[in-house]
Ligand binder design. Structure first.
Ligand code: KIV
Ligand code: ZN
Length: 497
């Protein structure tokens, strides 16, 4: 079987999704999970684009072992110098450089002639090779380029030393059969293509990113690029977990092998969703909460007789446990730790006490604690504590719209109380918090969803705010939706630097 290399770009292309900015600590936490998942290459950012991206690439390069850490650049010497500097401490580093190659991009965006584009590409690859052996070249908007031109530019960058050539469908315009043909064309018409790995990078504008990537693999691609949960520019990127499971489910069909631990998929998906604040749709393939649920009587009957009637994937193989152990206020620290570890959370002993206290508070309100409750608890628990603490909230509503909230917060040790009115209870609470904290950040997004079961189900609130050019995401959980919303808001405010 051929080896298929997994190139994860959750932290670069995924971070380009509208309204996502990840700090270094968040990127490192996600990256460590991606390493547990077994990705081969991890694209950590675009170092020349901001000091934050530089620091991310440099920190991940220093911290991660046994994985290639990659930084993105344009075909500009300064970008490449900065990227090489960021990758200096990496055990295995790769520079990912490239330029747009379609007529519309070259003419309207770059305002360059095709020959000038080839020259820039060649020079960039040669320059990158001065720093690192491993240089990937991306031909942006390759799918809409002229094939003979694409073949020519690839041949030249391979001569200049590229080790990987990347064929992106940047605007998600391809169909699987066309994309497969393009990969085959490049393999057959670039004389030196056998000296390099061929990579595919597909966007999801027409909902075909995964299918296109798989068609590329069938046609001979050696590397597939994608993101966890399919996050990325516009409609997103290829969902890596879908490619992994499509291949794992039908290995012979694809004829490729990966070095992947599929049981880490569910943890990776939850972590990315919780840190980015981008929810996973309940029906999402592989990682949606309903992906392994059987609702209709006929299906349930079939499953009970033979699982394979309606199940093509064993949920446990992607890290979704079958046995739902129910914890309660009577469960001890050990049982909690054991269950959390089974669910993929590695808990340091000094964190266990805090988590156990949160668990007991929840178990007091809600007799039975399900796995979904534990995931929500872990998503909301803040290991470093918060700069702002909620001491008390009381809300009075009158009529259908207006509400008054009185809130007491502890900010850096001092308790402050204030009240505000609002358009409904959550708005009133947010206004009171703004008055106390002097907050001027803009509220960008707010959502609340129910997790777990029963009438005491938890409300899981997510708040996204915008301040000083950055987005901050906060999470809050509680059996009381106003309390959950207030905690999410305060969590986001606490993160503002
Ligand atoms: O979609 C794209 O073309 C890209 C390149 C930078 C690889 O993300
Ligand atoms: Zn992309």
């Amino acid at each position: 079987m051929r080896r298929l290399y997994l190139f994860d770009t959750t932290l670069r292309d995924g971070e380009q999704s509208l309204g996502i900015t990840l700090n270094v600590k968040e990127k490192l936490e996600i990256a460590q999970q991606l390493v547990r998942l077994g990705v081969d290459v991890l694209e950590a950012g675009f170092p020349a684009s901001s000091p934050g991206d530089f620091e991310s690439v440099s920190t991940l390069g220093r911290e991660l072992k046994g994985v290639t850490v990659c930084g993105l650049t344009r075909c500009i010497k300064k970008d490449i110098d900065i990227c090489a500097e960021a990758l200096k401490g990496a055990e295995i580093g790769r520079i990912h450089t490239g330029i747009a190659v379609s007529p519309i991009h070259m003419e309207k965006k770059l305002r360059l002639k095709p020959e000038e584009v080839i020259q820039m590409a060649e020079e960039a690859v040669r320059h990158a090779k001065k720093y690192l052996h491993d240089v990937e070249f991306y031909a942006e908007d390759a799918f809409r380029s002229e094939r003979t031109f694409l073949a020519r530019i690839f041949e030249r960058v391979i001569k200049a030393g590229a080790t990987v050539i990347n064929i992106p469908d940047t605007v998600g315009y391809a169909t699987p059969w066309e994309f497969g043909e393009l990969v085959a064309y490049i393999k057959n018409n670039v004389a030196n293509s056998d000296q390099v790995k061929i990579s595919v990078h597909c966007h999801n504008d027409l909902g075909m990113a995964t299918a296109n990537a798989l068609a590329g693999i069938m046609a001979g691609a050696d590397q597939v690029e994608g993101t966890i949960n399919g996050i990325g520019e516009r409609a997103g990127n290829t969902a890596l977990e879908e490619v992994i499971m499509a291949i794992s489910t039908q290995k012979e069909r694809y004829g490729v092998d990966m070095a992947v631990h599929t049981r880490e998929i569910a943890s990776a998906s939850r972590l990315v969703s919780s840190i980015t604040g981008v929810p996973v749709p309940s029906h999402k393939a592989i990682v949606g909460v309903n992906a392994f649920m059987h609702a209709s009587g006929i299906h349930q009957d079939g499953i009970l007789k033979a699982k394979q009637t309606y199940e093509i994937i064993d949920p446990e193989s992607v890290g979704v446990p079958r046995n739902q152990i129910i914890l309660s206020a009577r469960s001890g620290r050990h049982a909690l730790k054991h269950r959390l570890e089974e669910l993929g959370y590695l808990i340091a002993d000094d964190r266990l006490n805090d988590i156990y206290n949160d668990f007991l508070q929840l178990a007091d309100k809600k007799q039975e604690i399900y796995d979904e409750d534990l995931h929500a608890l872990m998503g909301a628990s803040n290991p470093e504590g918060s700069k702002i603490k909620i001491i008390k909230i009381s809300v009075a509503t009158s009529g259908t719209q207006s509400a008054t909230a009185a809130v007491t917060l502890e900010i850096e040790g001092a308790e402050v109380t204030d009240a505000a009115i609002g358009n409904g209870p959550v708005d009133a609470v947010f206004n009171a918090i703004d008055r106390i904290s002097g907050n001027e950040a803009r509220l960008e997004d707010y959502s609340i969803k129910s997790v777990s079961r029963g009438k005491e189900a938890l409300g899981n609130a997510t708040v996204k705010i915008f301040s000083g050019g950055n987005y901050y995401v906060g999470k809050g959980i509680s059996t009381d939706v106003i309390d959950a919303s207030a905690h999410a808001y305060v969590d986001a405010l606490s993160k503002i630097k």
